[in-house]
Design a protein around this ligand. Sequence first.
Ligand SMILES: *[C@@H]1O[C@H](CO)[C@@H](O)[C@H](O)[C@H]1NC(C)=O
Ligand SMILES: *[C@@H]1O[C@H](CO)[C@@H](O)[C@H](O)[C@H]1NC(C)=O
Ligand SMILES: *[C@@H]1O[C@H](CO)[C@@H](O)[C@H](O)[C@H]1NC(C)=O
Length: 275
Amino acid sequence: MKSTLELVENVERRKWYKNQYIWIIIAITLLVLTIIIITTIFLLKNKLEKNNPIHIHYTRVNTKVYPGGYELYQLNVLPQRNPAQQYKLFGDFLRVSLVNKSNYEQFLPSCPIIFALSSVDHPEEWRAMLFGTMKYPSPNMPYPYICFLSVLRDHRQYRLGSILLNRFINEMFKDTKPPITHIQLHTNWENCRAQKLYNRCGFQCNQFTANGYSKPYEPQYKFGHMIRMELDMHNIRNRSEVCLSSDAVQISPQDMTNYETLCQQNIPNGTNRTC
Ligand SMILES: *[C@@H]1O[C@H](CO)[C@@H](O)[C@H](O)[C@H]1NC(C)=O
Ligand SMILES: *[C@@H]1O[C@H](CO)[C@@H](O)[C@H](O)[C@H]1NC(C)=O
Ligand SMILES: *[C@@H]1O[C@H](CO)[C@@H](O)[C@H](O)[C@H]1NC(C)=O
């Protein structure tokens, strides 16, 4: 009697896993579960991207707190599906601090070396930014290039521009082959404030281009005249002090005369600026 029951049970158990419908149901359940898991991951990822659409990596350059309460960061823009959206943050910063209608987003992807200063009490709210590159994609610009440097108006008394330039110039002393010999930038001929800052770092004007900037340029300037400035790295006497102390760079009188001659060329007669 007992053994017969066992036999029946065994037969039924065998029947259970031989039943193809059970397996079909298991397969469908697994499939549905997989779909649910994949959908959940996808939705979560999208939600995260929505909360943080801008993929930027922030790294403190050092632990210093600069006078006025500022911290220095290097920013790395990570590859993303929508680069325009990514650069909008920086475009907005430059539109506030430079020209409010310019489309900076078209140039920014060419300038991936980014340093920025924020206030200690407002991390990731940038007060001053520098955008540069090892090489701008233009045949006339063979050297590392500073694309934009801007300090918000309310933060202009703390020499934040000097800190950013010092950091960028030091970045150019990295082991590169061949070593970097020059750094270039452009600025408006009438922007005396910027030129004073660049001069302190050892940049000198060596080219004048009448109406090199097309409108809209900054509204305080009468003309769009552009100058190119160049820093000869050989003139740097003390890297850690460059831009911060006036004797960190020394330019020979002969070189100064050459720069002046080059810069004066092509300035139309009767063109004046107030510096
Ligand atoms: C942009 O700047 C111009 C000139 O300074 C000014 O008249 C205009 O109101 C500004 N526009 C915005 C949206 O800030
Ligand atoms: C550069 O300047 C720093 C700070 O003023 C100083 O400590 C250092 O000795 C200087 N280096 C050289 C090579 O003069
Ligand atoms: C400016 O005027 C001088 C003479 O006064 C002339 O020799 C020179 O060619 C002029 N330069 C330009 C750029 O027109």
